[in-house]
Ligand binder design. Structure first.
Ligand SMILES: Cc1cc2nc3c(=O)[nH]c(=O)nc-3n(C[C@H](O)[C@H](O)[C@H](O)COP(=O)(O)O)c2cc1C
Length: 399
């Protein structure tokens, strides 16, 4: 689950183990990750880009210099696309280049330009691995928090036996999720609400909204990666979440209110990403309403205010709200931050044609802090944004 929709760049360099990377790419695709492969010129001596293209279902990138059809330069676009970069096999030559910040081909340029975590999976002859310079380079990479997976010991392509073999694709697949984990929220409980609520008019009709739940689900996964115990209270959606998340399904705002109040004990952070209906029909009919007169009206009454219920609890919890607005974004969000006594509010514009907010994979937000500080986050994918928000929440809690 943790790999679903993650954007992974697989870098391949010139080593015999390149054939094993085919299985790695296939494994990642089976886990529903989005994989793009970058090959060095020398890796093409060992396996063809066509094989990797067929397995990843994406064009394979090999050139730093080529005609650009897009405004974005390829190495910058790829470095922004990546949630993680895994170089497998990583040759001794590539490890040396990465250590010293060289950027003379597409793969090394992407590694230099990305802010995503990088892993190298060394594969080389045992003497190359044991060479003092390789060991110094590996130590320097580890110091820079670059992951080093392996190598393993065993028979090598050259016929010798020793350390330097690339670890098996199945082992790499188990290690990649570790690149996303942090201990930022270790031992903390985070309760997150997500999605729309449905307020019944009668047994077959309801009032709801366009919330897709994507932001709340992305936050739940990011909180899990940060080591938290996560409870996700969700309105109707067809999204899945990791089995490590406690998932509670609700339909109405009243059910969401009840579930939040049951889960709020021992909670450290409450994030309200759900689009909760402010009103519900005052009298929900137990039978389907029949077609009759030209006009009918539905009387609405206020739903419980979940955010205010949490902020008025005696035990202080770090409370984060969302403000989805069609106009006066910052002013409206500020008012909500103050009125509801929140620690932080995440303001995002919604409305048709924006390609942002409700039902979109992207979001562009402004974070307003209780102390008056505000930070704008540019348009990015919701799962990337979720990781940034989780980091921001942690630093705000510690400041
Ligand atoms: C048949 C053959 C196999 C090789 N296998 C490896 C290897 O497993 N690991 C390694 O570090 N270099 C290996 N090399 C050497 C690299 O291909 C060479 O250092 C090359 O410059 C790496 O280029 P790249 O890092 O840009 O892909 C091999 C070379 C040949 C001819």
């Amino acid at each position: 689950m943790i790999m679903q929709n993650k954007n992974i760049i697989i870098g391949m360099t010139g080593g015999i183990a390149a054939y094993k990377t085919a299985e790695l790419v296939r494994g990642l695709c089976n886990l529903k990750a989005k994989v793009r492969v970058i090959m060095t010129k020398n890796s093409e001596e060992f396996i063809t880009p066509l094989t990797m293209q067929t397995l990843s279902g994406e064009p394979v990138y090999t050139e730093l210099f080529k005609t650009h059809f897009r405004k974005n330069l390829e190495h910058i676009a790829l470095s922004r696309f990546a949630d993680a970069v895994v170089v497998a096999p990583a040759s001794a030559n590539f490890i040396a280049k990465l250590t010293h910040g060289l950027a003379d081909d597409l793969l090394s340029a992407v590694c230099l330009a990305t802010t995503a975590p990088i892993a190298v999976v060394p594969a080389m002859n045992k003497e190359m691995w044991q060479a003092a310079i390789t060991q110094e380079n590996i130590a320097a990479l580890k110091k820079r928090n670059i992951f080093v997976f392996g190598p393993a010991s065993g028979e090598q392509a050259c016929g010798e036996v020793g350390f330097g073999r690339m670890i098996e694709p199945q082992e790499i697949l188990k290690l990649i999720p570790k690149m996303f984990e942090s201990q930022l929220f270790y031992g903390k409980k985070i309760v997150i609400t997500a999605g729309p609520t449905r307020e019944n008019i009668d047994p077959v009709r309801y009032i709801s909204n366009y919330s897709s739940s994507k932001m709340g689900y992305a936050l739940a996964e990011a909180a899990l990666e940060a080591g938290a115990y996560v409870v996700l209270i969700s309105g109707p959606t067809n999204l899945d979440c990791s089995t490590k998340i406690k998932h509670i399904n609700i339909h109405t705002a009243e059910e969401m209110h009840k579930a939040v109040m049951q889960e709020i004990s021992a909670c450290d952070v409450f994030i309200s990403a759900a689009a909760v209906s402010d009103y519900r029909p005052a009298n929900s009919s137990s039978q389907k309403t029949k077609k009759g007169t030209e006009r009918i009206s539905i009387e609405l009454k206020r739903n419980p205010d979940i955010l205010s219920a949490v902020t008025s609890l005696k035990r202080k919890i770090f409370v984060v709200g969302f403000a989805a607005e069609t106009k006066n974004l910052v002013a409206n969000a500020k008012e909500k931050l103050i009125n509801k006594k929140l620690n932080m509010i995440i303001a995002n514009k919604v409305g048709s044609g924006l390609g942002l907010g409700f039902d979109s994979d992207d979001n562009e937000v402004v974070i307003l802090h209780k102390n008056g500080k505000s930070v704008k986050f540019p348009k990015m994918r919701k799962n990337k944004l979720a990781r940034e928000l989780i980091k921001t929440i942690r630093s705000a809690m510690l400041s």
